[in-house]
Design a protein around this ligand. Structure first.
Ligand code: ATP
Length: 257
């Protein structure tokens, strides 16, 4: 689905991602793990087009997307969530979902003036899709709440819903489970597994809790200090001496309390 080929990224100084190559296979849930500062979010930024590459290329379904802007990559089916949710805080949950929907028909003047009927029809369709998303995520009680007033966990659900409204083929989830309680965490994993199994949606997720990763992911890619350390099944990776050294600093792994 995604091929990362010899990617390098620099924020002005030395490369923080340095010659990294891996594939994210279609229809699977792949984890991207590694210690703080390993370059995981930077890699997501590179894949989604939020930072320029200092070298290498990114392919989506075999096509080179390296020169495409983020919205062009989104139009080809690539969605992402952010570690710090990017909601429109003054809009309600429903409005946030509508704003995130793929290619609203009313976006240019021609459509607004000459295709009013069609515009209303599309808007109604988008509204229905937004309502369906509220139902899918089971957040009916906050659907008319301004996004800025939601709890941290509810914002994570909103972030997932906004990505899903783009009708993507692949979603990059950046620490969707961070800082939320176990009940909500379980709910989010159920949704991810359902979307993967029933719709074949591809996921790549960054997450620090390896127990959580092992429940969701078929395979994990491990980064450390801007490089690719290894990839494999979670249990295999967990026992690898290089990973223990890099990821856990040689210490014992502590599960989420
Ligand atoms: N906008 C930026 N400008 C300059 N340096 C940055 C920027 N963003 C990240 N970095 C640096 O790039 C390196 C990789 O950071 P990145 O956030 O990609 O790591 P990470 O693996 O996602 O870490 P974490 O698990 O803590 O989120 C770090 O040394 C970080 O300080």
């Amino acid at each position: 689905m995604i091929s990362v080929e010899h990617v390098k990224v620099s924020y002005g100084g030395p490369n923080v991602v340095d010659d990294v190559s891996f594939d994210i296979p279609a229809g699977r849930i792949t984890g991207l793990i590694g210690p703080n500062g390993a370059g995981k979010t930077t890699m997501f930024n590179a894949i989604a087009g939020h930072v320029p590459l200092a070298g290498g290329r990114i392919k989506l379904e075999g096509k080179d997307i390296t020169s495409l802007k983020p919205h062009q990559r989104a139009a080809r089916g690539l969605a992402r969530t952010f570690q710090i949710p990017h909601e429109f805080s003054q809009l309600t949950v429903i409005e946030n979902f509508m704003a995130a929907a793929a290619t609203p028909i009313g976006e240019n003047v021609f459509n607004v003036i000459f295709r009013r009927g069609r515009f209303a029809e599309e808007e109604e369709k988008t509204y229905r899709a937004a309502r369906d998303m509220v139902a899918f995520l089971e957040i009916d009680q906050v659907k008319d709440e301004k996004a800025g007033n939601l709890s941290g966990g509810q914002k994570k659900l909103l972030e997932l819903g906004r990505a899903l409204m783009q009708k993507p083929k692949i979603i990059l989830l950046d620490e969707i489970g961070a800082g939320i309680n176990r009940t909500l965490l379980a709910k989010i994993s159920d949704k991810i597994l359902l979307l993967n199994k029933e719709q074949g949606l591809t996921f790549c997720l960054i997450e620090h809790d390896l127990d959580y990763v092992s429940k969701l992911c078929d395979e994990v890619i491990v980064m450390a200090q801007g490089t690719l350390l290894m990839r494999g099944a979670v249990d295999e990776v967990r026992q690898d001496a290089r990973v223990i050294e890099a990821y856990f600093g040689g210490g014992k792994y502590e599960a989420r309390p």
